[in-house]
Design a protein around this ligand. Structure first.
Ligand SMILES: Cc1cn([C@H]2C[C@H](O)[C@@H](COP(=O)(O)OP(=O)(O)OP(=O)(O)O)O2)c(=O)[nH]c1=O
Length: 198
């Protein structure tokens, strides 16, 4: 195939935009207002897979009749079977970071690709294990004051100041930031889009 397919990133996340840029393929961003609620009995993988798909589906109409691949993605943090999404306020960030500090948790990211005009759909997810160092209450307060936790699942950003809080990870780093690139590369190849050997 000849990479003639248009790529559409269905995301308002500046992190996902930066990560997708790393692949060196041209793409367009179309954002949507997908409903992000899921049934209470959903497992973490069901949550990220269904929300990734919902985000991609939400821009199908806006994509029109083009020959395109739409990418949707969703990231959550899971600690002791509790799902930590984006914090609603600073108090919520404090409670998340207090729970996460000194412990291991898992970051789940779902990725959905929809190929147009035919609608071929692939949904996958990755899990990365993250160990955070112990933090004092003052450190947590100081970190929240930087503003970084505000729009991040689990209230931290491994790619920012949060890097100083993470002791080790097992699995894909990019999965933690919000878009697992090795997985995405494999998924795009299913649509005839190759990152290498172009
Ligand atoms: C754990 C972690 C999350 N995050 C971010 C990635 C996601 O942007 C965000 C999780 O929220 P999401 O709901 O997955 O995504 P979003 O609302 O930011 O963007 P969109 O739905 O439009 O695609 O948390 C980091 O940037 N760094 C991290 O270390």
């Amino acid at each position: 195939m000849d990479n003639s397919q248009h790529i559409i990133l269905a995301s308002g996340s500046p992190r996902r935009r930066e990560l997708l840029s790393l692949l060196g393929l041209p793409f367009e961003v179309i954002t949507s207002e997908a409903d992000e609620s899921t049934p209470p009995d959903f497992t973490p993988e069901q949550i990220v897979r269904s929300l990734a798909l919902r985000k991609a589906e939400a821009v199908v109409a806006a994509a029109g009749e083009r020959n395109a691949v739409i990418i949707g993605s969703d990231t959550i943090v899971v600690l002791d079977n509790t799902v930590l999404g984006k914090p609603v306020d600073e108090l919520d960030s404090k409670s998340m970071l207090t729970r996460l500090q000194g412990r291991n948790h898992k970051v789940y990211t779902g990725v959905a690709c929809i190929g147009l005009p035919h609608g071929k759909t692939i949904v996958e997810h990755r899990v990365t294990s993250v160990t955070m160092r112990a933090m004092t209450e003052n450190e947590i307060i100081a970190y929240i004051a930087t503003g970084e936790p505000a729009d991040k699942a689990g209230s931290y950003a491994i790619q920012g100041l949060g890097s100083t809080l993470v002791e080790r990870i097992e699995g894909c780093y990019f999965n933690v930031v919000g878009l697992p690139l090795s997985l995405l590369g494999e998924m795009l190849s299913e649509f005839g889009i190759t990152v290498l050997n172009r």
